[in-house]
Design a protein around this ligand. Structure first.
Ligand SMILES: [Mg+2]
Length: 412
């Protein structure tokens, strides 16, 4: 049986939630901005009206205001976004139990088995689109296809409030003429490599051939070839898939050994950035941190500690990691590899122990910084913004290239 996969994407998510909360904002240009109080706040999301005036995600607040004088700037309310995201997911679950969150505002749905109840893929997508709009005041754009990459691509083709079908019959005409970066996992670095070899459009990937793609990009090359050729068979995970995540970690073996607390601190922050990204993607908070250190004798030591308050802030995780390291590592040998792991995970929307006074404010500030960084990276790539402490890291393999994230690696 031909599979039927949907990818549903909430349009201008943060800004739309703000408008749904306050209908007086409807029709006005709205932007959700990080830290209004200082001059460094940036636009995290914008309404269609703001987008039409030229406001872009990642733009500095004052620049957005200059382009769009009537712009309503609001601070982010992540708890509301998470609550809305859950409500919409409950709607999806009326149609299938195979709902895989891809981001706070995006899900894959496998509706292959639902067609006998709800009609064909296009009809199911239409029904979801209408229901989400009627019940939440939010709009979605939905891609309908026989695999995940094309469903994802379809949801980007027409928006807001639209359904796009990509079938076996039309994908050559619809998908192949599009630029390579339209395809899932083609980031700026991969795009540059492909374009340098004349591979500009999705169809060019197929013409370039699987072996050439593999020679150029390794395993990712083969995967991108399968995506472009319509051969991908990856599954949509069951709704409960995210439950078994016990820890979220990231580790690296460095190109040269580390010799000081300073270097280790820098690397811990580098690794913690990825951990924060994964925690955000999985909507989890860390209640503790674990650091694994491998020295030049290849001996591995692991240290753990509980955090004073659950968080997903890279700054907090790195700070706790460095404390652990300083307390435990004797520097008899240089450090060859490090892993940072977030442990004691809890759902991000749940209740959390509050700290007192300034400590709580600082924690909230670090969370907001993390969300802002995440927003910029989602748009401009991993290295678009980084703490100054991470500049000039020569010991990280391929630190200046953009990663291609493979499915499943999110939960490594
Ligand atoms: Mg979206």
């Amino acid at each position: 049986m031909e599979r039927c996969i949907l990818h549903s994407d909430l349009n201008a998510f943060y800004a739309s939630v703000e408008v749904a909360k306050d209908p007086a904002l409807r029709g006005r240009p709205v932007a959700v901005c990080g830290s209004e109080s200082d001059r460094h706040g940036i636009v995290l999301a914008k309404s269609q009206e703001a987008a039409r005036a030229g406001v872009k995600t990642g733009m500095v607040n004052w620049e957005a205001r200059r382009l769009c004088p009537g712009l309503v700037c609001l601070p982010p309310h992540f708890d509301d976004y998470l609550a809305c995201s859950r409500r919409v997911r409950r709607i999806y679950e009326r149609y299938t139990d195979q709902v895989e969150p891809y981001d706070m505002d995006e899900c894959f749905l496998d509706v292959s088995q639902s067609r006998s109840l709800f009609g064909n893929g296009g009809e199911i997508a239409e029904s979801i689109r209408r229901t989400v709009k009627a019940e939440t005041d939010l709009t979605v754009s939905i891609g309908v296809s026989f695999n995940k990459p094309f469903a994802k691509l379809g949801s980007d083709l027409k928006k807001p409030d639209a359904v796009t079908e990509i079938s076996r019959e039309n994908f050559h005409e619809v998908v192949w003429p599009l630029p390579v970066e339209t395809l899932l996992y083609v980031g700026p670095a991969t795009r540059r490599k492909l374009v340098a070899r004349g591979v500009r459009r999705v169809g060019d990937i197929v013409r370039y051939g699987e072996e050439n793609m593999a020679a150029l990009l390794g395993k990712c090359g083969r995967q991108l070839y399968a995506f472009a050729a319509g051969l991908d068979r990856s599954r949509v995970m069951h709704t409960d898939f995210s439950a078994p995540i016990k820890s979220v970690g990231h580790g690296l073996t460095f190109t040269a050994d580390l010799h000081s607390d300073g270097e280790v601190g820098q690397m811990l922050l580098f690794l913690a950035q990825d951990v924060e990204h994964r925690l955000r993607t999985a909507a989890l908070h860390a209640g503790g941190v674990e650091v694994a250190v491998r020295d030049t004798d290849l001996a591995v030591r692991q240290y753990q500690r509980i955090l004073p308050a659950a968080t997903r802030s890279a700054l907090r995780i790195a700070e706790a990691g460095l404390c652990l390291f300083r307390e435990n590592y004797s520097w008899r040998r240089p450090v060859r590899a490090l892993t940072v792991r977030a442990i004691r995970l809890t759902p991000a929307g749940g209740s959390r122990q509050c700290l007192l006074g300034p400590a709580e404010q600082q924690l909230c500030r670090d969370e907001t910084i993390g969300a802002t960084v995440e927003g910029v990276r989602a748009r401009f790539g991993k290295w678009a913004v980084a703490p100054a402490a991470l500049l000039g890291m020569e010991k990280v393999p391929g630190a200046t290239s953009h990663d291609v994230i493979l499915p499943g690696q999110m939960y490594a």
